[in-house]
Design a protein around this ligand. Structure first.
Ligand SMILES: [Zn+2]
Length: 301
């Protein structure tokens, strides 16, 4: 049996997978803050699953936000978790006595979505969270690229007169179509600010309508980029903004259909038919983490 951990800003979502990759037990606990707290809670999640299943685990996979070096299991710059340059894989392996693979959470979710939704063909998981990024699964495996940057399409500039992005560029896709883009343009106390935005737009607020339209166009642009670069068969939309549900999906589909109506080239690509929403309640990042294979390391003498 294998374990997958999705370590988020507030909670750790843990699953035990059988040999076929089917989740058989779940556990959820608070993440904590700082490397000691996060590591001990991750180890506790593994203990809980061990008690629930009575099984010995052959491997543990971790999906975690921030910059991750999957080859070394190192986590750099996971600000929300209070982790910076931590050898997370080794530290968790010592505590759990099992091999540990570590991966960026969006990549882990891409792998999980691919398996849980039983998809085929190249697949992109488009995460609309605080930022915008995609994980790519090609031939059933994560496609990280030469330096792990593939899928970071949130930092493709699309508006030269747009907002300054934390990455230093101007008008990145992420400044238009992400949770932080909504929070900046439509501040709200609502648990899901995007829902507040959509409600205001439905009520006829012109500014909310403009922001919502730009959001749909931005997500549609992300879909177009993913299809034109990787020719993914499916784009699965997940992350915090996907809580808006069908109104978001339909808004994006409408933009894609409008583009198709004025471009026979885009019409031939069936973009609107390639997108789908991640169903609620699936632990895609935890399941995907459990399917990670730890990359071979060079032997240290
Ligand atoms: Zn940027």
């Amino acid at each position: 049996m294998r374990v997958g951990l999705d370590i988020g800003g507030t909670k750790i979502d843990a699953v035990a997978l059988d040999d076929a990759g089917t989740p058989v037990q779940h556990a959820r606990l608070a993440t904590g803050f700082g490397s000691e707290a996060v590591l001990s809670n991750a180890a506790r999640a593994v203990d809980i699953l061990r008690d629930l299943t009575g099984a010995a685990f052959t491997s543990i996979g971790v999906g975690i936000p921030g910059l991750v070096d999957p080859r070394l299991g190192r986590v750099r710059h996971a600000v929300n978790l209070g982790l910076d340059d931590v050898d997370f894989g080794t530290a968790l392996s010592v505590r759990t006595q099992a091999p540990v693979a570590v991966e960026n959470d969006v990549n882990a979710a891409a792998l999980g979505a691919y398996h849980l939704l039983d998809l085929s063909g190249p697949v992109a998981y488009l995460n609309l969270g605080t930022g915008l990024a995609a994980g790519l699964v090609v031939d059933g495996e994560l496609w990280r690229g030469a330096r792990g940057v593939s899928g970071e399409i949130g930092h493709i500039p699309v508006d030269p007169r747009g907002a300054l992005c934390p990455c230093g560029q101007t008008g990145c896709l992420e400044t238009i179509a992400s949770g932080s883009a909504i929070a900046r343009q439509w501040p709200s106390e609502h648990a899901y600010p995007a829902q507040a935005l959509f409600a205001a737009a439905d009520a006829g607020d012109l500014e909310a309508t403009r922001i919502r339209a730009a959001l749909a166009e931005g997500v549609a642009a992300a879909v177009r980029i993913l299809v034109l670069t990787v020719d993914v068969e499916s784009v699965v939309i997940g992350g915090g903004l996907s809580h808006v549900g069908r109104p978001l999906l339909e808004g994006v589909r409408q933009v894609l259909r409008d583009w198709a109506a004025s471009s026979t080239f885009l019409a031939s690509l069936d973009l609107a038919e390639r997108i789908r929403l991640l169903p609620e309640g699936l632990s895609v990042a935890a399941v995907g983490a459990g399917m990670l294979v730890r990359p071979a390391r060079e032997t240290v003498a």
